[in-house]
Ligand binder design. Structure first.
Ligand code: ADP
Ligand code: MG
Length: 626
C-alpha cells in the first residue's frame, strides 16, 4: 500500500490549522456532524431530480459511538458517501469543499441547507485524534474505501468493506497530556452536551447509545445498567416552526432548555424575516432582572446560528445596549462566515439583522404598553432604567426610538404614565412638562417647590432614579414641549403683571436679601422672593444647567468632579417668618444671622442634602429655644 503525501501547501496549512483557527477543541464534533448532515442532504437533493432514488426519511441518520476501552470515537452517517477519487480529492486536499461544489452545481435546486463550504472542518478532527480513519461507500460507487491519516505526514487509501452506502469516521482519541484532557471526548454525558450545544437542530436524527438503569428482573431493590439508543438532538428548531403551531409553553420550555434564565419569559418574540435579509429569531424579555444585570459583568448578546448550527454563544453586535436585557437566538442563511465559522467575515448582513431586530423589539414593547399595561409596567420596573440610560447615552441619538417607551410617576394619576399621556392632557396655557426630583415619591410629594405648580392644577412627573433627570435633560423636549424642573428658574406660571410685582418685591427687599446673601457667601448665588412657595417659608432652587439632583449624582460618582449647582435661597414673602426676618434686619443683625443660617439649613434638609455643620445647626436651634 502506497502512502500519499498531502500536497505541500496542504501540509503546512494543516499544521497551521490544527489547534489554531478553532478556539475550542470540542467543535470538531460540530464539524463532523455537519459534514454527515450535508452528506444526507445531498441524497435528499439528488432524489428531488432522480426518480430512481426515493428519500425515505427514516433510513437516514447520524450515529455517535464512544468506545472508552479502545479510546475511539466513531461518527457514522447514512449519507451519500465518497468514492475513492473523492476521498483523495476532498480529504486529501485541504480547503477543497465538495459541499461548496455541490451547492454551486445544484443552485437551481436550492441547496441552502448544506452547511459546508470551506473544506477545512474535517481536519479539526486532528485536534483531538492521533489517527483518523474514514471508511466510505458512495452512492453509485464501486465499493467501499478506507482513508487513513495521522495528521501532517499524509494519508493512505485502500479498498475496504462497508455494506451500505455512507461514511464511518473513527477517531483514535489522543492520550491525556498535562495540559489537556481528551477523555471528555469519550464520555457519554459530555458528548451529549456537545451535541446539544452545537448540533441540536441538525435536521436528521443524531443517535447515541446511552446508559440507563432499571430494576433487575425479579428484584425490587437491585438495579442494573443497560444501553439504549436515543436520539440526542431536537431536530426541528422551534424557530423554523410556524408561530401558530406553538404555545406559550413551547416558548417557555425553549427558554429554560437554553438556560436563558431561571425565571420565565415575560414576553416571547418570534420573528421570521424574509426581506432584504433572511433570518429567524426567537427572542425573550425576561420576567426578572438577571442578578448581574446592572453590573459590568453582564454581557449582552444573542446566540447566533448559521443554518441551524451554532456559531456564536453571545453575539453582542445583534443588540443595542438599550435592549441588552433581551435573550434569545438568531438563525440566518445569509451570513458569510470566516473559516473557523466563529466570527463573521463581513458584518453587513449582521448589521441589517441587528437593525431589524431592534425595530421588532421596539414595536413589541409598544404593543405591550398599549395592550398589556400591567405587564409593561412589570417590564419597566425591571428594565426601564436601561431604557433611560439608552436615552442618555450616545448623546441622545436613540431618544426618538426610546422616548415613547418611558414611564414616569404622575402627581395627578398617582401611577406611571407615558410622556404622550402627559402631553395630551396638558391645558392649552401650560408651557412646560413639569418634573420634580427626589429620593422617593413620598419625599417629592412633600417638596415645597411643587406647591405653585400643583396649585395651578398642573401634572408633575416625579423622578426618583439618578438617571432620570439626565435622560430628561438629554431629551430637552417632547413633542415640542420643554421639560422644566419645578426647582429651577422661572416656572412660566406668572403673567407679565405678576412678574413685575415680583420684581418690585425683590427691589423693595434688596438690602435684606443682599445682606442675607453676604451671610451665605459661597453657598448660594442669590437670595430672592419665591414664586413657587405657598405654605412653606423657604426652599432652594437652581439657576443654570446643573440641578441639585444632578449635583448629588455627579458627586457620588467615583470620578467626583466636585460639580456645584448654582443654588438660590428662595423666601416666601407671604410667610410669617418673613416678617421676623425684616424685624431682625432692622433691630438685631445677630438674630438675622441666626435665622439665615437656620433657614438655609432647613432648605438643605428639604432637598435631602447634608447640613454642613450639624453641631452648629443644633446649637442654633437651642439658641432660639432659650
Ligand atoms: P466543508 O464541509 O466545508 O466542505 P470539510 O473539510 O468539512 O469541508 O469536508 C470536505 C469535504 O469532504 C466536504 O465538502 C464533503 O464533500 C466531503 N465529506 C466530508 N465528510 C463527509 C461525509 N461524512 N460524507 C460525505 N462526504 C463528506
Ligand atoms: Mg464541513
Amino acid at each position: 500500500m502506497e502512502k500519499k503525501q498531502f500536497q505541500a501547501e496542504s501540509k503546512r496549512l494543516l499544521e497551521m490549522m490544527i489547534n489554531s483557527i478553532y478556539t475550542q477543541k470540542e467543535i470538531f464534533l460540530r464539524e463532523l456532524i455537519s459534514n454527515a448532515s450535508d452528506a444526507i442532504d445531498k441524497i435528499y437533493y439528488k432524489a428531488l431530480s432522480d426518480d430512481s432514488l426515493v428519500f425515505d426519511k427514516d433510513r437516514y441518520y447520524i450515529k455517535v459511538i464512544p468506545d472508552k476501552a479502545n479510546r475511539t470515537l466513531t461518527i457514522l452517517d447514512t449519507g451519500i458517501g465518497m468514492t475513492r477519487e473523492e476521498l483523495e480529492s476532498l480529504l486529501g486536499v485541504i480547503a477543497k469543499s465538495g459541499s461548496l461544489a455541490f451547492k454551486q452545481e445544484n443552485e437551481a435546486k436550492d441547496g441552502h441547507n448544506i452547511i459546508g463550504q470551506f473544506g477545512v472542518g474535517f481536519y479539526s478532527a486532528f485536534m483531538v485524534a492521533d489517527v483518523v480513519t474514514v471508511i466510505s461507500k458512495a452512492l453509485h460507487g464501486d465499493g467501499a474505501y478506507k482513508w487513513e491519516s495521522s495528521g501532517a505526514d499524509g494519508y493512505t487509501i485502500e479498498a475496504a468493506k462497508r455494506d451500505s452506502v455512507g461514511t464511518t469516521i473513527t477517531l483514535k482519541i489522543k492520550e491525556n497530556s498535562e495540559e489537556e484532557n481528551y477523555d471528555e471526548f469519550l464520555d457519554e454525558y459530555r458528548l451529549r452536551a456537545i451535541i446539544k450545544k452545537y448540533s441540536d437542530f441538525i435536521r436528521y436524527p443524531i443517535k447515541m447509545d446511552v446508559t440507563k438503569s432499571r430494576l433487575k428482573e425479579g428484584s425490587d431493590s437491585e438495579y442494573e445498567q443497560y444501553q439504549e439508543e436515543q436520539i440526542i438532538n431536537s431536530m426541528v428548531p422551534i424557530w423554523r416552526k410556524n408561530k401558530s403551531e406553538l404555545t406559550d409553553e413551547d416558548y417557555e420550555n425553549f427558554y429554560r432548555e437554553k438556560h436563558y434564565g431561571f425565571d420565565k419569559p415575560l414576553k416571547s418574540i418570534h420573528i421570521s424575516a424574509d426581506g432584504a435579509v433572511v433570518y429567524q429569531a426567537v427572542l425573550f424579555i425576561p420576567e426578572n432582572i438577571p442578578f448581574d444585570y446592572y453590573t459590568k459583568e453582564y454581557e449582552k448578546g444573542l446566540e447566533l446560528y448559521a443554518n441551524g448550527v451554532l456559531i456564536m454563544n453571545k453575539c453582542g453586535d445583534l443588540l443595542p445596549d438599550h435592549f441588552s436585557f433581551v435573550k434569545g437566538m438568531v438563525d440566518s442563511e445569509s451570513l458569510s462566515l470566516n473559516i473557523s465559522r466563529e466570527m463573521l467575515q463581513h458584518d453587513r448582513q449582521l448589521k441589517l439583522i441587528a437593525k431589524n431586530i431592534a425595530s421588532k423589539i421596539k414595536s413589541q414593547l409598544q404593543t405591550m404598553l398599549k395592550n398589556e399595561r400591567d405587564k409593561y409596567e412589570q417590564f419597566f420596573n425591571a428594565f426601564g432604567r436601561q431604557l433611560k440610560f439608552g436615552v442618555y447615552n450616545d448623546f441622545g441619538s436613540h431618544k426618538d426610538v426610546l422616548q415613547d417607551l418611558l414611564l414616569f410617576y404622575s402627581s395627578r394619576e398617582k401611577k406611571l404614565v407615558t410622556l404622550d399621556e402627559y402631553v395630551s392632557r396638558m391645558p392649552e396655557e401650560q408651557k412646560y412638562i413639569y418634573y420634580a426630583t427626589g429620593a422617593s415619591i413620598e419625599r417629592i410629594e412633600k417638596l415645597p417647590q411643587t406647591e405653585a405648580v400643583a396649585e395651578k392644577g398642573y401634572e408633575i412627573l416625579y423622578l426618583t432614579e439618578d438617571i432620570d433627570e439626565f435622560a430628561i435633560k438629554m431629551m430637552r423636549t417632547y413633542k415640542d414641549k420643554e421639560f422644566h424642573s419645578v426647582s429651577s428658574g422661572d416656572l412660566g406660571l406668572e403673567s407679565e403683571e405678576e412678574k413685575k410685582d415680583t420684581e418690585a418685591q425683590n427691589n423693595e427687599n434688596k438690602e435684606l436679601f443682599d445682606y442675607m446673601h453676604s451671610l451665605l457667601e459661597g453657598k448660594v448665588t442669590k437670595v430672592q422672593a419665591s414664586k413657587r412657595l405657598r405654605s412653606h417659608p423657604v426652599c432652594l432652587s437652581t439657576e443654570g444647567e446643573v440641578t441639585i439632583e444632578m449635583e448629588k449624582v455627579l458627586n457620588a460618582l467615583p470620578t467626583n468632579q466636585n460639580v456645584k449647582a448654582n443654588k438660590v435661597l428662595e423666601i416666601n414673602l407671604q410667610h410669617k417668618v418673613f416678617q421676623s426676618l425684616k424685624d431682625a434686619f432692622e433691630h438685631d443683625k445677630a438674630k438675622l444671622k441666626l435665622y439665615t443660617a437656620l433657614l438655609y439649613n432647613q432648605a438643605l434638609l428639604i432637598e435631602g442634602l447634608p447640613v454642613e455643620d450639624p453641631v452648629q445647626f443644633t446649637n442654633d436651634i437651642c439658641e432660639i429655644m432659650v
